[in-house]
Ligand binder design. Sequence first.
Ligand code: PLP
Ligand code: COI
Length: 368
Amino acid sequence: MSGGDILEFEIRPTPHPVSDAERAALLVEPGFGRVFTDHMVTIRYSEGKGWYDARLEPFGPLSLSPATAALHYAQEIFEGLKAYHLADGGVGLFRPEANARRMRRSAARLAMAQLPEELFMQSIRVLLQYDRAWVPTRAEASLYLRPLMFATEAFLGVKPSSEYLYVLIASPVGPYFPGGVKPVSVWVSQDYTRAAPGGTGAAKAAGNYAASLLAQSEAIEHGCDQVVFLDAVERRWVEELGGMNVFFVYREGDRTVLVTPELTGSILEGITRDSVITLARDRGYEVQERRYAMEEWRADAESGRLLEAFACGTAAVITPIGRVRSVEGEFTIAGGNPGPVTLELRQALLDIQHGRAPDPYGWVTRVL
Ligand code: PLP
Ligand code: COI
């Protein structure tokens, strides 16, 4: 079958699944992104033929020509979403159609074929049908789903590839930052930027992460957990962290005001960011999407006007930011402690994701 939005999946279950005992041991403290399930999904694309060869197969190595285009010119995108064990024993996904759409936007920006939303959803359903036992049931744990797609044409000319491989793998995960809701520290990168106007910052493109790694290493060298990127033109406006969006919490009179950098085209449009905006507004908080300067962050943290700051993303959920360092020195936010608005929004988000609270927005898609 080809061309349509639904494909018949060829099912090749692994002859050697991980035993129940071994899986249970792996699920105790899986960390982040080190343990993988028994299976993966692959779907191929070729110009003229469309999407074809959809299959579930044992998780394992891919065989690639050294001339594979993605290895040379980085035509590669990915997504990140989670499958949650629901309070009633089912399995739910959080806003998966938003990931499917973002993957299509990322593909468009990188001149790649766009996977139909329905195929994206189908790939997840098929994988979870076979790897359901890998969805952790412990609080704060989930099955992280990593869809990716890259250029597979074996050709060294610089042009959009005519062939792509979509792969879906899954990894049981605990908290991204060990230590749970312990506030993290961030390093403001002065020398390196992540994305420039007109670039690929709004796409979930592998190259953006490659560009972030040296700055992230610098953050670690300065004793920080994550890097904060400023805009590439003025090096003044806060954009986002290496893999998370960022929010600032103020109190103005009797109003709680959240500020988050506006989407300028160089920031990733986080699905958690969008969900936080909705949750905050529904609680009567004001949300401002606007430019936010590094000077403002420092001055308001030092004067005590800034009450809280937090990072958010699929992997990080909502994580308080306690300490900020840069070449200009260091400051803390709320004495380095998690704030009440951060904790309230975090709990509200997790409760919806895990089916412990009503889902008025229809964010959870039950798959099993
Ligand atoms: N910003 C970057 C650079 C990211 O990698 C991510 C993670 O996906 C996010 C923001 C948050 O996006 P989301 O909430 O959709 O996971
Ligand atoms: C995510 O939150 O899904 C991310 O992609 C962040 C990071 C692990 C790259």
